[in-house]
Design a binder for this molecule. Structure first.
Ligand code: R5P
Length: 317
């Protein structure tokens, strides 16, 4: 049973709107705290209510200014730990440095693992996150971690339209697994783009397509849009191969660098993302086909289940 006196949800500064919506769905008020930023850029956090013996969830996503938000999260967790919170769960809708998950070059840091270490050192007992860039990131935690997928939310959206002539498309072989999962959920075939990255410039080049898309409505499915290069290239290749419509379903709308321009030029029929990262009004205005779906209920259901000791994976089945 949910115990509203013991269940507490606090928000960092990265995405207060999502934290508030999660708290509303969970039926508890957001926890009170004060953040002060000093002239020397030091951050002070004061928890303004008693958390002794409480089951505390801290919502902080990976959004700009990223480094500031990471440090703020660590300080917030530390403050809660020393205020005698019983258990602290870091709720990270978009996990920081998720793409830095492997040592694919000499002398580089696997920074997603470092993030996991820092969370643990600060005092996080658990992690709740959504659609990791790769599932092995779960192995970086030495504490329980739950990964939600945006699949049910995106599936619900696309199911509202006619899917009889559709195909799910993965932007590259790496995205094949999650795209395959999505295709299976929608009972659709899938295709995969052969995408190559040449260097660290974040430029992606699509070179071929495996599967049948001619005269079909393509739904590109991916974990995130950063600079928009992968989606723009996928849209170009799909049109070259004769796709009729190009729609996109993505969990994390990073929308960095030239993303807006690229996505506008890609003339997508629909671009559907979730709110794991705040999408500013000017970005919404720049992309008229953009739809932002809420993840708040899914997070609220998950943290309520964690609080009550119920299965979280059952929600994804
Ligand atoms: C790549 O491995 C990911 O799944 C995404 O396709 C990628 O992060 C998107 O980046 P961008 O929008 O910069 O091409």
């Amino acid at each position: 049973m949910t115990d509203p006196a013991r269940l507490k949800i606090f928000s960092g500064s990265s995405h207060p709107a999502l934290a508030k919506a999660i708290a509303q769905h969970a039926g508890v008020p957001l926890g009170a705290l004060r953040v002060t930023r000093f002239s020397n850029e030091n951050i002070k956090i004061k928890i303004d209510e008693n958390v002794r013996g409480c089951d505390v969830f801290v919502v902080q996503t990976s959004a700009s200014p990223l480094s500031d938000h990471i440090v703020e999260l660590l300080i917030l967790i530390d403050a809660l730990k020393f205020a005698s919170a019983d258990r602290i769960t870091a709720v990270l809708p978009y996990f920081p440095y998720a793409r830095s998950d492997k040592k694919d070059e000499a002398r580089i840091s696997i920074t997603a693992r470092l993030m996991a270490d820092l969370l643990e050192t600060a005092g996080a007992d658990r992690v709740l996150t959504m659609t990791l860039h790769s599932p092995q990131i779960m192995g970086f935690f030495r504490r329980p971690a739950d990964q939600l997928l945006a699949t049910p939310i995106l599936k619900e959206h696309f199911r509202q339209g006619d899917l009889s002539n559709s195909v799910v498309v993965a932007t590259d072989a790496g995205a094949g697994k999650i795209a395959g999962h999505f295709a299976k959920r929608l009972h659709l075939p899938m295709a995969v783009i052969d995408k190559r990255r040449v260097d660290d410039s974040e430029k992606a080049i699509g070179v071929d397509l495996i599967g049948e898309v001619k005269d079909k409505d393509a739904i590109i499915y991916d974990d995130e849009i950063a600079t928009g290069g992968s989606i723009a290239e996928a849209a170009r290749i799909l049109r070259d191969f004769g796709a009729r419509k190009v729609r996109v379903g993505v969990t994390h709308a990073v929308l960095s660098g030239p993303a807006l321009e690229r996505l506008r030029d890609a003339a997508l029929d629909e671009l559907v993302v979730t709110d794991t990262i705040p999408v500013a009004d000017e970005k919404r205005r720049a992309l008229p086909n953009l739809k932002v779906l809420s993840t708040a209920k899914l997070f609220a259901d998950a943290l309520t289940r964690i609080h009550e000791g119920q299965s979280v994976s059952a929600m994804m089945e």
